[in-house]
Design a protein around this ligand. Structure first.
Ligand code: HEC
Length: 140
């Protein structure tokens, strides 16, 4: 008796390909959102270095820009904004601390009394570092 050569049924092959694609997309997202959120937030010097490194990673900056556009642009304006005010995040002057770790803390904690909202539960907490990386990458 001759056995037929072993072949996967087409449907199974298609499903395996789809699983592979989903895995690839997930890995790409994980990479774009690195570095990890706020783990080193209480070690400012190390956190500053991590955020500055992130601001030089084009994929992270791109992810941060998307979050900025969705959540911050309406109040803070575009990175091309001119003039000095607490709401311009791209001028050289900071009112609430300009160290990268301080900017991240501002984004997480907010100042509700001045209409700056704290970071919410949704969207996911991986985004603030990318967001800060984007802000740092656009400093004038
Ligand atoms: C509802 C409007 C609003 C939204 C939305 C908002 N902010 Fe703000 N933000 C403010 C205001 C107003 C201030 C200035 C507070 C003050 O007068 O000191 C501020 C201040 C800041 C500061 C401090 C600036 C400095 O000079 O120290 C940072 C950093 C900041 N916002 C980042 C963000 C980011 C990032 C987002 C998006 C996740 C965001 N904000 C969303 C209104 C907003």
């Amino acid at each position: 008796m001759r056995l037929a050569p072993h072949r996967l049924p087409p449907l199974l092959t298609l499903m395996l390909l789809m699983v592979l694609m989903v895995l690839m997309v997930l890995t790409a997202c994980a990479r774009a959102d690195s570095p990890k959120p706020a783990a080193d937030i209480d070690k400012p010097a190390r956190r500053d270095a991590e955020l500055i490194a992130a601001s030089k990673n084009p994929a992270t900056v791109k992810a941060g820009k998307a979050t900025y556009t969705a959540l911050c642009l309406a109040c803070h304006g575009a990175e091309t904004a001119k003039g000095d005010s607490p709401s311009n995040l791209f001028d050289p002057k900071w009112y609430h601390g300009g160290r990268p770790s301080e900017i991240e803390r501002t984004v997480l904690v907010g100042f509700l009394e001045k209409n700056m909202p704290p970071w919410g539960e949704v969207p996911p907490p991986e985004n603030p570092p990318a967001l800060v990386a984007f802000i740092l990458s656009q400093q004038k």
